[in-house]
Design a protein around this ligand. Structure first.
Ligand SMILES: [Zn+2]
Length: 132
């Protein structure tokens, strides 16, 4: 399970087969995997978890940046406004981190059996093993 999360979640690969990228473009996820036909669509609101994780990355970055700024003042020393610099940088981190958040989230959905194979069986690796 941890191996699945690391291999597919961090690399953005399909959690079902790990053979191809889960993404079409930078953020978009297709309805099914073209290789193993795992169905990525798990119902309305499933993307909310990914958004939450993405904002989490932004928030963690903002906190770390604030601590670094309060300790060493690198932003103020560079002649920039610390508050605005951290705010803008956090948005960038959130936007870039959203892709990672999305692949991590969909790997979790897969691991907990919330995705479906084309025959309707749940996506959990353990269940898959018993049906094959
Ligand atoms: Zn696949």
């Amino acid at each position: 399970m941890l191996r699945t999360l690391i291999q597919t979640g961090l690399l953005g690969r399909c959690p079902g087969c790990a053979q191809r990228s889960m993404f079409e473009g930078f953020y978009d996820i297709p309805i099914t995997c073209t290789n193993c036909e795992l169905q990525y669509q798990v119902g309305d609101g499933a993307w909310l978890g990914a958004v939450a994780i993405g904002y989490g990355f932004g928030a963690i970055f903002a906190i770390l940046a604030a601590v670094v700024e309060m300790t060493w003042s690198p932003i103020r020393n560079a002649g920039l406004d610390p508050l605005w610099t951290i705010a803008v940088a956090s948005l960038v981190v959130t936007a870039v981190g959203y892709r990672l958040a999305k692949s991590l989230w969909f790997s979790l959905l897969y691991t907990f059996g919330l995705m479906r194979w084309p025959d309707g069986t749940a996506s959990s690796p353990a269940e898959r093993a018993t049906t094959l």
